[in-house]
Design a protein around this ligand. Structure first.
Ligand code: NAP
Length: 315
């Protein structure tokens, strides 16, 4: 067993990301003790039942008291209130981090509450599934995925950044550093807008009365099924992502709409060359993702592996 990177780690929020972190930290012996807190008694009870962390606390403040690292694993819109609650309990030299999918808004909400002598180092693991809750986590979630560290407003203690990076690397991730504005734009392209498009496509199928719901489900082809997986993601998390990454998402959506109009025109005018060239370019991007080891080339995304079948999407 390796030496812990942080003696005491507190996880605030005990959903997919926090539970995966707990499993991954235990797998590699990265934390001496892990405390945890979730908002509802139900989630805290499940966490106790499955032994997710060493100590489940009734309040976020109690979980954070005396911790060397506190990681905020709640929806983006809840980060500020949680930071305010735990602030008085943070010990000097402690590191506060988060896993929020948007960075500029989280920094604005959290940084004002961080006391002098505490290091606030926002982060975002680029890994997830459409499942939620304390039972949905697994130790391998971060393996070979990227974790972006987004230092907030000049407070960059190199030692604290190095320790947080070591923790993420110990959990299997590769670490990169990026500024908040750029992070939010990149994620608008790679994650946020695609989610919005998936939500829209599934919503359209649901609204289209000429195709009944049972037909949509019964005959769902691979394209639609992939959209439904993404569109099953947690509504609270994704509401908060769009409310807080407004500018970048709207910019990318504008670009998306223009491209969509061009494709629409190509279909109407029978411009097969345009369609073929476009699809050839997009196919190369898929190949690039596989070559970078960020997805599998197996048909149907290698579905059916036990991992994805363990949990139910939250209703
Ligand atoms: P999740 O499974 O839905 O879990 C969220 C946790 O936060 C739950 O334990 C919930 O408690 C708690 N919580 C919610 N509102 C709260 C509040 N107001 N105060 C205190 N606790 C609260 O979510 P997740 O997927 O782990 O996401 C957590 C964070 O990671 C989000 O910021 C998200 O943007 C980010 N992230 C998600 C993914 C992904 O794919 N899912 C990937 C990367 C980053 P209850 O269970 O008691 O409600």
């Amino acid at each position: 067993m390796s030496v812990p990177v942080f003696e005491r780690v507190a996880l605030i929020g005990l959903g997919l990301i926090a539970s995966s972190m707990a499993h991954a930290m235990r797998r590699a012996g990265l934390a001496g003790e892990i405390t945890g807190h979730a908002r509802s008694a139900e989630t805290r009870e499940i966490a106790r039942e499955i032994g997710l962390v060493d100590r489940v606390c009734e309040t976020a403040a109690e979980a954070a008291e005396g911790a060397d690292l506190v990681v905020l694993c709640v929806p983006v819109g809840a980060m500020g209130a949680v930071a305010e609650e735990i602030a008085p309990m943070l010990k000097p030299g402690a590191v506060v981090s988060d896993v929020g999918s948007v960075k500029k808004a989280v920094i604005e909400a959290v940084a004002p509450h961080i006391p002098e002598g505490v290091h606030f180092i926002p982060a975002h693991p680029l890994a997830g599934t459409e499942h939620s809750g304390p039972r949905s986590g697994f130790a391998e979630l971060f393996d070979n995925r990227w974790c972006l560290i987004v230092p907030a407003n000049g407070d960059i203690d190199p030692d604290a950044v190095a320790r947080l990076s070591a923790l993420w690397e110990g959990m299997g991730a590769h670490v990169d550093v990026m500024d908040a504005d750029h992070h939010d734009l990149v994620l608008a392209v790679t994650s946020h807008t695609p989610h919005l498009i998936a939500y829209t496509m599934v919503g359209v199928a649901d609204d289209l009365r000429r195709v009944t719901d049972s037909e949509v489900i019964k005959y769902s082809a691979a394209g639609f099924r992939d959209f439904t997986r993404i569109a099953a993601s947690d509504p609270t998390m994704w509401r908060d992502v769009f409310l807080t990454n407004k500018e970048a998402t709207l910019e990318i959506l504008g670009r998306f709409t223009e491209e969509l109009f061009a494709l629409q025109r190509a279909i109407r005018t029978g411009d097969g060359d345009h369609l073929h060239d476009y699809f050839t370019r997009t196919r190369a991007i898929r190949r690039g993702i596989i070559e970078a080891g960020q997805d599998t080339a197996a048909p149907d995304f290698g579905r059916g592996a036990a991992r994805g079948d363990k949990t139910e999407p939250r209703k």
